[in-house]
Ligand binder design. Structure first.
Ligand code: DAT
Ligand code: MG
Length: 150
């Protein structure tokens, strides 16, 4: 149960605004273990695969252009309830609807520049992790485990 994984990505605006450390730090502070991480300037083709379920939406071309406009920081968090709690830490899709204290609620204002992505279900997390990290993730023992879990 403590090995659930979610795919989190700091979008090009978050990278350009130098928010990588703050965003990754929130997941580390909460108790999640980082088991994969890399900077990627993704291709349009790759991003169209990542957002395949949104193909056909009116905002899709703009979304792909934004996501391809610069490097992203892609990483995988591992820990209890990583997918649902990861989403809760991100906030709502529209930052104006995000609670203060969430990443989007603290760092951005509009849906089209909402600085971060998080998987919305365990199955989509597995799919996204395989898409962005075909080389796999890193398994390791973290010394804090017994201080985070009973
Ligand atoms: P989320 O990123 O919260 O999972 P989503 O998967 O529905 O949201 O959409 C992916 C991204 O697409 C979202 O982060 C921002 C953009 N997007 C979604 N709905 C939009 C809309 N109505 N107008 C503009 N961009 C939108
Ligand atoms: Mg989504």
């Amino acid at each position: 149960p403590n090995a659930e994984r979610s795919f989190i990505m700091i979008k090009p605006d978050g990278v350009q605004r130098n928010l990588i450390g703050k965003i990754v730090g929130r997941f580390e502070d909460r108790g999640y273990k980082i088991v994969a991480m890399k900077m990627v300037h993704a291709t349009t083709e790759h991003l169209e695969k990542h957002y395949a379920d949104l193909k056909g939406k009116p905002f899709f071309p703009g979304l792909i252009k934004y996501m391809a406009s610069g490097p992203v920081c892609a990483f995988v968090i591992q820990g209890l309830d990583a997918v649902k709690t990861g989403r809760a830490m991100l906030g709502a899709t529209n930052p104006l609807a995000s609670a203060v204290g969430t990443i989007r609620g603290d760092y951005c204002l509009v849906t089209g520049r909402n600085i971060c992505h998080g998987s919305d279900a365990v199955e989509s997390a597995e799919h996204e992790i395989a898409l962005w990290f075909p080389e796999g993730v890193i398994e390791y023992e973290d010394t804090e485990h017994a201080w985070i879990y009973e």
